[in-house]
Design a protein around this ligand. Structure first.
Ligand code: SF4
Length: 324
């Protein structure tokens, strides 16, 4: 039996962006032909700078953003043909900011039990029992059931968001920067909670993060994105100890910046992140690449399988006659 829970194949998302008053709309390829396989039990991290397409890819996997082309299968069934409520039973999001993702006018109890009601559970007696079970699991005291989000700390609010996401026992949770809006002192508590819940509830995570320390701590597999493409994919230990793509090497060097929460600003790459509406020719990373070769600006590299995943760079493309 296949262990694959999410299969994204050749997924593309193109937005039409206004080019200005005198210009027509222009395409922005936010995600550009991405393949991603997530196995049951994986913790897959999507990393890269702002605008690389990681959040758009996650939103397409969640069914929140229609695909321009390609396909996403969840549990071996095409996402496009599935009912929203059925998808929500399998996949749940946890967003970055627990302040804005919780309705301030609803009590904690009604926020956590809402997914039960949406999924058609008609029995109010079970709502409170299941909510309290979930609150205990995520480390929230029962006494906050009647409280409102404004009465809780940031860490407690994120625990509410986690309880709400898990109350219908999904198989996959998509976490968008789950700790970056929290105080540093609370971040590790939430990360440890996510780790504990993963083993207790047999969860699979897709985690979007620009914080490489978080990724190294929690992920089993990492996909590095650049301008809408996955340029390197490997298991976490291999990626952090033997990065292959020059962009991954530059990202890892940014771990040593004083504040790892910053959006990988100090990648030592020289040139700025390109305008995605006008991506560079050939390998889109070539203007910033320390290992650029003559043909990099004219030929797009293809994904090359490695023992641990894949890398998209001419350095590893034997057909180009470059060093392997
Ligand atoms: Fe650098 Fe060329 Fe590899 Fe692109 S293809 S990452 S420019 S070496």
């Amino acid at each position: 039996m296949s262990n694959v829970i999410i299969q994204a194949t050749d997924v593309t998302k193109t937005f039409m962006i206004s080019g200005g008053f005198f210009q027509g709309k222009r395409p922005l390829h936010a995600v550009n032909g991405v393949d991603l396989t997530v196995n049951q039990g994986d913790v897959v991290a999507l990393v890269g700078e702002s605008g690389c397409g990681k959040t758009t890819l996650a939103r397409m996997i969640l069914g929140l953003e229609p695909l321009t082309s390609g396909s996403v299968e969840v549990d071996s069934k095409p996402l496009s043909g599935q009912n929203r409520l059925d998808v929500a039973k399998l996949l749940q999001p946890i967003f970055q900011d627990p302040y804005s993702s919780l309705n301030p006018r609803k009590s904690i109890g009604s926020i956590i039990t809402l997914p039960l009601k949406v999924q058609g559970d008609q029995n109010p007696d079970t709502w409170r029992r299941r909510a309290e079970e979930m609150m205990e699991l995520v480390g929230l005291p029962r006494r906050v059931f009647q409280n409102y989000p404004s009465q809780l700390s940031g860490g407690q609010r994120q625990r509410v968001a986690i309880a709400r996401a898990l109350i219908n026992r999904p198989r996959v949770v998509i976490c968008d920067e789950p700790t970056s809006a929290l105080d540093v002192s609370v971040q590790s508590q939430i990360l440890n909670l996510l780790q504990d819940l993963r083993s207790e509830l047999n969860l699979t995570y897709v985690i979007i993060s620009h914080n490489l320390a978080v990724v190294e701590h929690i992920a089993t597999k990492v996909a590095v994105m650049y301008l809408g493409r996955i340029v390197e994919e490997a298991d976490t230990e291999t990626l952090f100890t033997k990065p292959q793509h020059p962009y991954t090497e530059a990202l890892l060097s940014s771990v040593l910046t004083p504040d790892p929460n910053l959006d990988v600003p100090d990648t030592h790459l020289g040139a700025a992140y390109p305008n995605p509406v006008e991506p560079p020719s050939g390998c889109t990373f070539h203007p910033r690449c320390a290992k650029v070769m003559d043909h990099c600006s004219t030929r797009s590299p293809k994904a090359i399988p490695t023992s641990e995943g894949s890398v998209e760079c001419h350095l590893y493309d034997k057909a180009q006659g470059a060093a392997a």
